[in-house]
Design a binder for this molecule. Structure first.
Ligand SMILES: Cc1cc2nc3c(=O)[nH]c(=O)nc-3n(C[C@H](O)[C@H](O)[C@H](O)COP(=O)(O)O)c2cc1C
Length: 179
């Protein structure tokens, strides 16, 4: 069971979440690769894929969106999970936040099995006019390791039966001795 974890991240916060997911899946015994979407030419080599995107104005950062469009057909043929990283407060820990409309479209394009929104991060010295202005009131790190690990373990649990070849092959009854 070889799993790809990939992420569209503009300022590194979502990459950190993806790294934590990859570590957790490895601890659960899975063979995991972590790559930015632009480094992936082909997803055929993977049995399962986890794609994450940073939310900017309710849309995934473009490299994550483009990855899903580029590989939609192959993604439809394997188990896929999505995560979004965004809210600059603790709402993602208070209750499950549904995917945004744009992410919902991507989810249905590939028949993703699940989605989770995690808190985001914005650094005080964020570059970019709007980000810099937002950082005056919203700088902080709301990525919650426990939340990320629990979700990654739930994905590992869903993959485990497939890894072990579930359903188990039926053992043939011992042959009756010939008369
Ligand atoms: C200009 C701007 C727009 C944002 N828009 C959203 C948004 O629509 N929804 C949301 O939950 N978070 C939003 N955020 C917060 C980011 O998603 C958060 O900072 C995220 O962790 C960024 O990920 P990255 O560091 O991987 O780029 C926005 C942040 C900035 C700077």
């Amino acid at each position: 069971m070889r799993v790809l974890v990939t992420y569209g991240s503009k300022r590194g916060g979502t990459e950190g979440i993806a790294r934590r997911i990859a570590e957790t899946l490895r601890d659960e015994g899975l063979d995991v690769e972590l790559h930015p979407p632009e480094d992936i030419d082909e997803v055929s080599a993977y049995d399962a894929v986890i794609v994450g995107g940073a939310l900017y104005a309710n849309r995934w950062f473009r490299s994550a969106r483009h990855f899903v469009h580029r590989h939609a057909q192959k993604l439809r043929e394997r188990p896929v999970w999505f995560f979004s990283s965004g809210p600059l407060d603790d709402t993602a820990e208070q209750h499950e936040i549904a995917p945004t409309a744009q992410v919902q479209v991507l989810l249905s394009q590939v028949g993703a099995r699940g989605h989770m929104t995690f808190g985001g991060r914005l650094e005080k010295d964020a570059k970019g006019f709007i980000a810099h202005a937002m950082a005056r009131t919203h700088a902080g790190d709301w990525r919650d390791s426990g939340h990320i690990q629990r979700w990654a373990r739930s994905v590992a649990a869903e993959l485990r039966p497939e890894r072990e070849g579930f359903p188990a092959p039926v053992e043939s009854a011992p042959e009756a001795p010939s008369p």
